[in-house]
Design a protein around this ligand. Structure first.
Ligand code: IMP
Length: 431
């Protein structure tokens, strides 16, 4: 049974949740391996909207298991809230459906306060984080002073760790001009309660996955954010604090790299970015506004308007390389309906030099302008297309051109928000 990784090939928000939701039908288990509630997947099933930040969207499928791996940073308040919301909708009736790694690091209130205070201090040069405490939590993990899910399950241990960490966090917050309005005893009580709430799900997720594979179950690894936000391979420092690339599916869940059979990248038919950082194909004009309006490009997590632009073939080719993509799924093709011409960034120009591959130096990238190729647009609405042949010829030619430039086959095209509005050309679980 193949195991498939799905990751974002751009700057996040590519519509991974939708593709994962579709592919979940063919998998037994969906696994998150990095990031936290900085991610947000908006899913529409039978017209009903669900936004999930931590629990894999596979939870909407009864009978499928979902795993939150060791590489994820978990805000227990958010997770508890998602569990309650799902149960209220009649989902997650069986607690065995959700597995939470004992080794996942916990986002504590001070992590959020530090994240926000730091950003405020940085002013114009800020990263534009989601303010969810992601960076400070990963920092504590790497500094070997983090708190993990297992620490919430033992109140004495929790109290000891909170005492140690709270003092240091308050000192840092004071330096940054931030505050944390909570006392130690309240914090310990609240997090012990959350520990009790999450205890039924907490276990050795690596061992659980190992046993699932021995039982010939198929795994679907669901990436969060996107390749260009990877802490090693993205537009550093304008990145998130985890590895978003496919290789981290193994490290972030406790399976070996040999467990991964296929890697699928998701791209929008255009591009978006939230927060600061270079973005050579950005459109700060009426076309960019149209993409934002028609595409509903406002953050699922923060509500921030997303920056918008044409698709960037250099970014996709780069994503194909660093993730080892076997296929590309293109979402939101319907948003491009009505543009007389559609553009693809095929090179960058910077101070008289032309780049055909993404320059790795941020300062160079910041000065780059995109060089475009134009293809004819189409005026037909695409929502009803269910087969490749249903798409207008110009739309097909556009998708084919992008695939050729990226050097990856297209495996799916999505033409609307609903689960049914997707054309699956090649099923990675069957191919
Ligand atoms: P952080 O992950 O909150 O630390 O934010 C770091 C950068 O990643 C910022 O530019 C965020 O806007 C961006 N980011 C984080 N999560 C997402 C996401 O799910 N989609 C798009 N951008 C994201």
């Amino acid at each position: 049974m193949p195991n498939v990784v799905v990751i974002g090939a751009q700057w996040g928000d590519e519509g991974k949740g939708k593709v994962v939701d579709l592919l979940t039908e063919y998998a037994d288990v969906v696994v998150r391996f990095q990031g936290g509630n900085n991610a947000g997947h908006t899913l529409v099933v039978d017209g009903q909207k669900t936004v999930l930040h931590l629990i894999p969207s596979g939870i909407l499928h009864p009978g499928k298991a979902c795993v939150i791996g060791n590489g994820v940073v978990v805000d227990p308040e958010v997770l508890a809230h998602e569990i309650d919301a799902l149960k209220a909708r009649g989902l997650l009736q069986d607690d065995h459906q959700l597995v939470l790694s004992l080794d996942a690091h916990v986002i504590m209130p001070w992590h959020k306060a530090i994240d926000i205070a730091r950003e405020q201090r940085m002013g114009a040069g800020k990263i534009g984080t989601t303010g969810r405490g992601i960076g400070p939590t990963y920092e504590d993990k790497v500094a070997r002073r983090g708190m993990r899910i297992r620490d919430l399950l033992d109140e004495a241990r929790l109290a000891r760790k909170v005492k140690e960490r709270l003092q240091a966090a308050r000192e840092e917050l004071q330096r940054l001009g931030g505050t944390l309005d909570v006392d130690e005893a309240t914090l310990v009580k609240r997090f012990a309660e959350l520990g009790r709430k999450l205890a039924p799900y907490a276990q050795d997720a690596s061992l659980w996955l190992h046993r699932a594979m021995q039982a010939k179950k198929s795994l679907l690894f669901e990436g969060a954010q996107g390749t260009l936000l990877d802490v090693d391979h993205g537009t550093y420092p304008f990145v998130t604090s985890s590895n978003t690339v496919a290789g981290n599916a193994a490290t972030g869940s406790g399976v070996g790299p040999t467990a991964i059979d296929r890697v699928i990248g998701i791209t929008k038919a255009y591009s978006t970015r939230v927060g600061g950082g270079p973005y050579p194909s950005e459109l700060k004009d009426a076309t960019g506004d149209q993409l934002r309006q028609v595409g509903g490009e406002y953050g699922a997590t923060t509500g921030r308007p997303r920056r918008t632009g044409w698709i960037d073939a250099l970014a996709l080719r780069y994503a194909a390389r660093v993730n080892g993509l076997d296929g590309l799924a293109m979402t939101k093709l319907d948003v491009l309906t009505g543009f007389p011409e559609v553009k693809i960034a095929i090179a960058y120009r910077c101070e008289g030099r032309t780049y055909e591959e993404m320059p790795s130096d941020l300062e160079t990238l910041e000065r780059c302008e995109a060089v475009y190729e134009s293809v004819p647009g189409w005026s037909e609405r695409l929502g009803g297309a269910r087969r490749w042949e249903d798409l207008p010829r110009s739309a097909r030619e556009y998708v084919e051109r992008v695939a050729r430039l990226a050097g990856v086959d297209i495996v799916a095209v999505s033409v609307g928000a609903d689960r049914g509005e997707t054309i699956l050309l090649q099923n990675p679980f069957r191919a």
